[in-house]
Design a protein. Structure first.
Length: 116
């Protein structure tokens, strides 16, 4: 199982690895996806659910008039940078830094609020 999953590993982390898995899943015709998951020790139901969520989000994006572009997986370095930028922007309010001393505490980057 570990050997089968190794081919999806991305040096830039888990998010990119999961994207590689999803991309591999989508490259197969629907009738072959279940077998592909079995061969790669992946959960077909979970990947199908991810595909459904992506489809719903795609419809919403189109409904509000935004353009939807498929990523260019051949330009992996630029693609990885774009994905990581999106993640950082999306989670910016969750970023905190560690402040040392006798008691270690974390303060939010945005407004120096103590994280409980």
């Amino acid at each position: 199982a570990d050997r089968a999953r190794r081919k999806f590993i991305h040096r830039d982390g888990d998010h990119m690895t999961l994207l590689n898995v999803f991309h591999g899943f989508k490259q197969n015709e629907r009738k072959n996806q279940k077998d592909w998951c079995w061969e790669n020790f992946l959960n077909y139901r979970v990947l199908s659910q991810a595909e459904s969520v992506r489809s719903q989000l795609s419809k919403l994006v189109k409904k509000i008039g935004l353009s939807l572009e498929s990523p260019d997986f051949s330009r992996t370095d630029q693609f990885s940078i774009s994905i990581r930028k999106c993640l950082v922007e999306g989670y910016f309010m969750q970023v905190a830094f560690k402040q040392g001393g006798k008691e270690t505490k974390y303060l939010t980057l945005k407004d120096n609020q103590l994280v409980a």
